[in-house]
Design a protein around this ligand. Structure first.
Ligand code: SAM
Length: 255
């Protein structure tokens, strides 16, 4: 699989998807940063409202099926407000090690408040998932939850996650996915009309929530993502659909 959706035209910079728009490859990361900087303070509230609280169940299922156990080392990529880092922190206990990493200061700032509030001792680092500052084979599990679809090069991000996981360790991807056909008309209405409206009412920002809906549609479906994970060097990639495939959990093993 080549770098996501890129195209080269007449010596100009490669274009990549930013929702339904095409932007210069070098601009996408900045655009994504702007989206999350803008919504950081309302991010957790909006997650609960927009998913009717379902994201909590998806995340709990992700931690349970990852098989994380006490004493393990976990890397949470695109940790945002540290929802997954907190859950994995509880799973691995005080003898374990959890790193919450993100590219966005605003999101991580909110996350640090939450880590402190629940007494979770996760380490925090600002870094780009496409170039992780960790040694090879260090972690038992690298997880990315609702972050992969924002990355400029999903394949690079997955290769980096695979690199830092030990042989026999897991790369875990929780992400919006392709929902069942029968459910799509309702889902489209909800995503493109109601979500941006709620975004404007609650977070004062319709555009970021329109980007959310678009970025979900542009993200690879379950089968395609499994292929990208295999090409990143993972074995036995399997996925579980949740809520009619609105969300899917992919897990791959590092050989
Ligand atoms: C939708 S939030 C997900 C937050 C959290 N993981 C969750 O499940 O609630 C997506 C996060 O991905 C981060 N992100 C986007 N591109 C990134 C990159 N290249 N490297 C690291 N983090 C990135 C954003 O800053 C944002 O915090």
């Amino acid at each position: 699989m080549s770098e996501e959706n890129g195209r080269q035209s007449g010596g100009q910079e490669k274009q990549v998807d930013f929702g339904y728009r095409k932007v210069d490859e070098s601009r996408k990361e900045e655009n994504v940063k702007e989206v999350f900087e803008g919504v950081a303070s309302r991010y957790d509230l909006m997650n609960d409202v927009l998913s009717f609280g379902l994201h909590r169940m998806w995340k709990n299922t992700c931690v349970a099926l990852s098989g994380a156990s006490r004493g393990q080392k976990i890397l949470d990529i695109a940790s945002g407000t540290c929802d997954m880092a907190i859950r994995f922190g509880a799973a691995v206990g005080r003898e374990g090690e959890v790193w919450a990493t993100d590219i966005n200061h605003g999101m991580i700032r909110e996350g640090v408040k939450r880590l402190q509030a629940v007494g979770c001792r996760a380490h925090v680092a600002i870094c780009d998932c496409e170039a992780l500052p960790f040694e090879d084979n260090y972690f038992d599990i690298a997880v990315v939850s609702f972050g992969l679809r924002n990355m400029t090069h999903k394949d690079r991000a997955l290769r980096e996650m695979t690199r830092v996981v030990r042989p026999g360790g897991k790369v875990v991807v929780l992400e919006f996915s392709r929902c069942w056909k029968i459910f799509r008309p309702f889902y489209d209405l909800y995503s493109f009309k109601i979500m941006p409206w709620l975004g404007k009412k609650i977070a004062g920002d319709a555009d970021s929530y329109r980007y959310l809906a678009e970025s979900i549609r542009m993200h690879p479906d379950q089968q395609t993502l499994a292929g990208i994970m295999e090409q990143a060097g993972l074995d036995r990639v399997a996925w579980k659909n949740m809520t009619f495939g609105v969300c899917a959990l992919h897990i791959g093993l590092k050989p």
